[in-house]
Ligand binder design. Structure first.
Ligand code: IMP
Ligand code: MG
Length: 175
C-alpha cells in the first residue's frame, strides 16, 4: 500500500453494505416523491453514483460546485457558486448528498441558499461525519459512518486531487 496511506478506515465491503442499507432507507422515505439529489462536487460523486443505484426509485440528480468565502467581513450566508444546479427546486423534495461533514461551514451556507429557493423538503445525507470538528450549527439527517478527527482519502475524497480513485477510505498521513 502507498506509504502515505496509514490505515484503511472503511473497507470496500463495509462501504457496499452500509450504502446498500442507506439506499433502502431513502427509498422507503422518498418513494412516490421523485426526490432531487444534489451532489456538491467533487468529493461526493462516487458516493452519489453508488447510492442512487441502491435507492432504485424514480429520482433525479443535479450537481453543484460551491466554496465558502473564508472571510469574516462577509456576512454568513455568502457562498461562492462556481456551478449552480440547472433544476428549479421550488416544491421539490431535495436531498444534499455529501462526502464528509467536517466544520460544516460550507454545508451550512449551502443549506441556507437552497432553503431560500423554497423546496418542499430539504435533508442532508452524508457518507462521513466528523462531529468533533463541527463549527457550524448543522447536523446530517442521514449518516453512513461517524469517524474520528483524521484526514481521510479515497472513494471520491482527495488530497490535492490525488487518491479519489481508491475503492476504500484510508487515513492520509504524509510520513
Ligand atoms: P467543511 O465546510 O469544513 O465541513 O468542509 C467539508 C468539505 O471539506 C468536504 O465536503 C470535503 O470536500 C472537505 N474535507 C473535509 N474533511 C476532509 C477529509 O478528511 N478528507 C478529504 N476532504 C475533506
Ligand atoms: Mg463535499
Amino acid at each position: 500500500m502507498n506509504k502515505e496511506i496509514k490505515e484503511i478506515l472503511i473497507t470496500e465491503k463495509e462501504l457496499r453494505e452500509e450504502i446498500s442499507r442507506m439506499g433502502k432507507t431513502l427509498a422507503e422515505e422518498y418513494r412516490d416523491k421523485n426526490p432531487l439529489l444534489i451532489c456538491p462536487l467533487k468529493g461526493s460523486f462516487i458516493f452519489a453514483a453508488d447510492l442512487i443505484r441502491k435507492m432504485n426509485i424514480p429520482c433525479e440528480i443535479d450537481f453543484m460546485s460551491v466554496s465558502s468565502y473564508n472571510n469574516s467581513t462577509v456576512s454568513s450566508g455568502e457562498i461562492n457558486i462556481r456551478k449552480d444546479i440547472d433544476t428549479d427546486i421550488a416544491g421539490r423534495h431535495v436531498i444534499i448528498i455529501e462526502d464528509i461533514i467536517d466544520t460544516g461551514n460550507t454545508l451550512y451556507k449551502l443549506r441556507e441558499l437552497l432553503q431560500s429557493r423554497c423546496p418542499a423538503s430539504l435533508k442532508i445525507c452524508t457518507l462521513l461525519d466528523k462531529p468533533s470538528r463541527r463549527q457550524a450549527d448543522i447536523c446530517s439527517d442521514y449518516v453512513c459512518f461517524e469517524i474520528p478527527d483524521k484526514f481521510v482519502i479515497g472513494y471520491g475524497m482527495d488530497v490535492a486531487e490525488e487518491y479519489r480513485y481508491l475503492p476504500f477510505i484510508g487515513v492520509y498521513s504524509p510520513n
